[in-house]
Ligand binder design. Structure first.
Ligand code: MG
Length: 174
């Protein structure tokens, strides 16, 4: 049950990173609120809550494994973006970086024959792919919209519908 200190350190760092994701999405959501883009606001607000849940998932796992939980300072996210594209680009890049660190933890867990951590991380690997796919889809659509405000309003209401039906999940099993 005892965790290797390297795996423990990486999981604590990932927990902090997930809590930062909560902050980042919430900040982006606040920005979309200021832009009167309710669909984008709802999407990122829902996502913020998911990120908090991811951090808690790691927290609970550390408790189960009797690993020392270490709360760290959560970085301040940017509060404003130049455009919706810039905000979603920031989200996409952050999701990519979360995937990279999850993959690194899995690699280290394998090196230390921590099969429990390996199984635990599988869920995150599936989840990360979904979140990257969703952020990328929105980003590509924003690029198509460009400066067309009519198209932007249509995209915003399309996202409202996606959030309402819970269809933002690409993989319903997650
Ligand atoms: Mg996450």
């Amino acid at each position: 049950m005892m965790m290797n200190s390297v795996v423990l350190e990486l999981l604590n760092a990932q927990m902090n990173k997930e809590f930062y994701s909560w902050y980042l999405y919430l900040s982006v959501s606040t920005y979309f609120n200021s832009q009167d883009l309710e669909g984008f606001e709802q999407w990122t607000n829902t996502q913020a809550q998911e990120e908090l849940m991811h951090g808690m998932k790691i927290y609970n796992y550390l408790l189960e494994r009797k690993g020392a939980v270490e709360f760290r300072q959560i970085e301040k996210p940017p509060l404003i973006w130049d455009s919706p594209i810039a905000a979603v680009q920031a989200i996409y890049e952050h999701e990519r970086s979360l995937s990279v660190t999850i993959h690194e933890i899995l690699k280290v867990a394998r090196e230390h024959a921590d099969y429990s951590a390996e199984v635990f991380l599988h869920w995150f690997i599936t989840e990360q792919l979904e979140e990257e796919v969703m952020a990328d889809r929105v980003l590509q659509k924003l690029k198509m919209v460009g400066d067309n405000s009519g198209a932007m309003l249509m995209l915003d209401s399309q996202i409202t519908k996606i959030v309402a039906t819970g269809a933002a999940k690409v993989n319903q099993n997650a």
